[in-house]
Design a protein. Structure first.
Length: 282
């Protein structure tokens, strides 16, 4: 694969927004399953006639959430999705678990807020970028932002200098990509010519429970593919989230497992799957 880096992300994808997940040491299909896809359901536009029109044409907004997946070079896999996936309850707990066990780079550009970057290395947060800045002034990326991108260092962090012409996201992405060794196939991504897969649950789960440990009202589905009470459990929204004020260092331990979970959830088939009219997707 050619080394296209990731500097081009803002110019090519920033206008409509995107959610990008890159994981080191993981195959693309495995990453897709971790994000909610069913194993063996990848659709390759290069060998499947009509796939590009199906996913990118008129009416595609009525489809279940989907990801485009591929190799990001140097042992990395990536999944590119619409930014709205970050709001799905089923994604929150598994997504945190993915970052807790692997080396992961997450980039979220909603177009409503500044792009946000979260990097975990070996299961621990290594660097974060929020509101065009980072509180970690000593990290090598932070120092490079000051030296190469016109960012300004303050005692509490490093932030973009709005008066600087060198503080665009393209430079930020270039520095992040160079530091972690990230590269995406630009032409294949922008042309949509990579495997696509549906990641949205086929069964929607609605929790009607409070966390038994801390009383929080939001309990999240965790694992199992929602096949039934034996296939998943509910966990607190702060489950395994590190260093949240008012909670234990490793997050709230609250969870509800079978058989009790069956009494506090409501399920329904995902109506979006009724919109599929493509071979192999039903």
């Amino acid at each position: 694969m050619t080394n296209d880096g990731i500097e081009w992300l803002d110019a090519e994808l920033g206008g409509e927004g995107f959610a990008l997940t890159m994981v080191k040491g993981m195959a693309p299909e495995v990453l897709a399953v971790n994000l909610g896809a069913q194993s063996g359901t990848l659709i390759d536009p290069d060998i499947t006639p009509g796939a590009l029109e199906f996913f990118h044409g008129p009416g595609s907004s009525k489809l279940p959430d989907w990801a485009m997946v591929g190799e990001a070079g140097d042992g990395w896999a990536f999944a590119l999705e619409a930014p709205e996936v970050g709001h799905r309850d089923d994604r929150l707990a598994p997504g945190r678990d993915l970052r807790a066990r692997h080396t992961v780079v997450d980039i979220l550009d909603t177009t409503m807020d500044p792009p946000a970057v979260t990097v975990s290395v070996g299961g621990r947060t290594d660097w974060m970028f929020r509101e065009y800045g980072t509180r970690d002034a000593d990290h090598p990326i932070s120092r490079r932002l000051v030296a190469e991108a016109g960012f300004v260092a303050f005692p509490h962090g490093v932030y973009r200098d709005d008066a600087s012409e060198d503080s665009g996201m393209a430079t930020v992405y270039r520095i992040i990509g160079e530091h972690y060794g990230l590269s995406l196939p630009r032409a294949s991504v922008t042309g949509g010519r990579l495997p696509h897969v549906f990641t949205e649950p086929r069964v929607l789960l609605h929790s009607e429970a409070r966390c038994p440990a801390c009383g929080e009202e939001r309990m999240l589905p965790y694992g199992g593919g929602f096949r039934g009470p034996e296939g998943y459990r509910l966990v607190c929204i702060y489950y395994r989230v590190r260093d949240v004020p008012g909670y234990p260092p490793q997050g709230c331990p609250g969870e509800i497992s079978a058989p009790a979970v069956s009494g506090v959830v409501r399920t329904e088939p995902n109506p979006k799957y009724g919109n599929l009219r493509f071979p192999g997707t039903s």
